[in-house]
Design a protein around this ligand. Structure first.
Ligand code: SIN
Ligand code: FE2
Length: 215
């Protein structure tokens, strides 16, 4: 097969991981420092915290949000809420830099008109992990999920629609963006325990932004 056929319809650095799911290598690399500056500002108002799952487990990933609503978890369950339960304040507004990046990445993956109302911000330190799960607390499953990796590299696990489906591993690095929607919208995914490291931008952590159309 000629290279032209192999890459037809795909941008360079774009890797299909499943139907409706792509990895856009380096898509956010240029604006990564500005994204991280926004994260620092957001976390001054809405600090990173370790949420407790309905089952009583304290997550190893620290989280905060920006946008019209934020994802929260406690003993009552998972949901999107307009206020930060820790401060009682509205979540910080989503920077235009964020929503614009999310829209462009979704479009590059074939999903036009993505308008996220929530950005969950995850912070991983070495050893932090996110076990296999589906993103299914959003009302509109027609919209994709856009996930931006910053700082230390991680191993992204991507499976199928059943928890028991085989997962594949993808190394995600600073500036990489993953988008999943359509037939992969409810695919199980997770992050393997973060390896130790020292990143020029974030030091010893990984920051992940996931954009959702929640309501
Ligand atoms: C998530 O599934 O919400 C986050 C995935 C990631 O950290 O890359
Ligand atoms: Fe997720």
């Amino acid at each position: 097969m000629a290279m032209g056929d192999l890459f037809s319809g795909m941008l360079q650095g774009e890797e299909q991981i499943a139907p409706g799911a792509v990895l856009l290598r380096g898509f956010a690399r240029d604006i990564a420092p500005a994204l991280l500056a926004c994260v620092a500002e957001i976390s001054r108002v809405a600090p990173f915290r370790h949420l407790v799952t309905p089952g009583g487990y304290t997550m190893s990933v620290a989280m905060t949000n920006c946008g019209r609503v934020g994802w929260v978890s406690d003993e009552r369950g998972y949901r999107y809420a307009p206020h930060d339960p820790q401060t009682g304040l509205l979540w910080p507004q989503m920077p235009v830099l964020f929503s614009d990046l999310a829209r462009r990445a979704a479009e590059a993956a074939g999903f036009n008109g993505f308008a996220p109302d929530a950005a969950l911000i995850n912070r991983y330190v070495p050893g932090s992990r996110l076990s296999l799960h589906q993103d299914k607390d959003e009302d509109d499953a027609r919209a994709p999920i856009v996930s931006v990796s910053l700082g230390l590299p991680a191993v992204f696990l991507f499976g199928g629609l059943n928890r028991s489906d085989k997962t594949r591993k993808y190394r995600v690095e600073h500036g990489d963006v993953a988008v999943w929607g359509g037939p992969s919208r409810l695919a199980f995914h997770g992050i393997a325990p973060l390896a130790d490291g020292d990143d020029p931008f974030t030091g010893n952590c990984r920051i992940n932004l996931t954009f959702r159309a929640a309501l």
